[in-house]
Each structure stands twice: as C-alpha cells, then as structure tokens.
Ligand binder design. Structure first.
Ligand code: HEC
Length: 132
C-alpha cells in the first residue's frame, strides 16, 4: 500500500515535466525541420515552391520588377526564348547550384532535387504560349 502511494506520487510529480519537456523538444524539432531544411515544407507543388523561393526576385508571375533588374539583372522567366536556351534539367541545375555569376543563389540547402525539378517545370509553364 505504501509502495503504491509512492508510485502515484512520483507519477504525479513527474508527469507534467515529462510532457512539457517532450513537447518542447518536439517544437524545437519541428521548427528546425521547418526553417532549416526546406522551402515550402518539402512540397512538390512547383507553384508553391516558386512563390516561396523565387518570386521575391523573379516576380510573382516570372516578370521581375525594375528594382531587381537594376540590382541583380534578374532574368524575365516569361521570355519564350528561355525554353530554347534552357532545358528542364538546366533550370533545375541552376536552382540547385546558383547562376554561374552567383547573382542567383544556390538552393541546394533548402530544396531537394525533386523540388528543383518541379519548380523548373513550373518555370517552363510561365513562358508557355497562351492558347488562343
Ligand atoms: C536573389 C534573387 C534570386 C532568387 C531568389 C532566384 N533567382 Fe533566379 N535568377 C536571379 C538572377 C540575378 C538571375 C540571372 C543570373 C545571370 O546573370 O546569369 C537569375 C536567373 C534565373 C534563370 C535563368 C534565366 C535565363 O533566361 O537565363 C532561371 C531559370 C531562374 N533564375 C530560376 C529561378 C528559380 C526557379 C528560383 C527559385 C527556386 C530562382 N530563380 C530564385 C536571381 C534570383
């Protein structure tokens, strides 16, 4: 009987601490995964990746604003000639490794290869001729 009392007491004392510290660790982990590792939480939706990772320089629809053009010479992604110069793989590689002149940063730390490919497909869709 004495032993049982003791057990219940210990449980009562430690339960909230365990729950709290466990919750805290979980929060830390989630924050770490969310901010450190990935844009768009690992989403494979090219449009979402684009709006979170690329739109700040290339503009919401692929047309950069003049400030970015003057500052970094950001390229217009809706240019139909882009498709002639670059393949999907070229774009995915540029996303992963940055532009040769490094004005566009590398996304290797924040996007997976699969995500780079998806966003490259999305970039292609920005310059697709609208059906008439
Ligand atoms: C910090 C601003 C910045 C961000 C963010 C950025 N880019 Fe760029 N991007 C540039 C610049 C600057 C260039 C031109 C580089 C050069 O002069 O070769 C460029 C060039 C490109 C090109 C080549 C265009 C061409 O006509 O040659 C593609 C494709 C591209 N970016 C896609 C993306 C995608 C996709 C993302 C998001 C994953 C992205 N960029 C994020 C600045 C940025």
């Amino acid at each position: 009987m004495n032993l049982e009392d003791g057990k219940i007491k210990t449980l009562k004392n430690f339960f909230p601490i365990k729950v709290l510290s466990c919750g805290f660790l979980m929060c830390l982990l989630i924050m770490l995964i969310a901010c450190e590792r990935n844009i768009a939480g690992g989403s494979l939706d090219g449009a979402v990746i684009y709006s979170e990772g690329c739109a700040r320089c290339h503009g919401p629809n692929g047309v950069p604003d003049q400030v970015q053009v003057a500052r970094l010479n950001v390229k217009n992604l809706t240019d139909p000639l882009l498709r002639k110069r670059l393949s999907i793989d070229d774009i995915a590689n540029q996303v992963l490794y940055g532009s040769t002149n490094q004005k566009m940063p590398s996304f290797a730390n924040v996007l997976t290869k699969a995500q780079a490919k998806q966003v490259a497909h999305y970039v292609y869709s920005l310059s697709s001729p609208t059906p008439r």
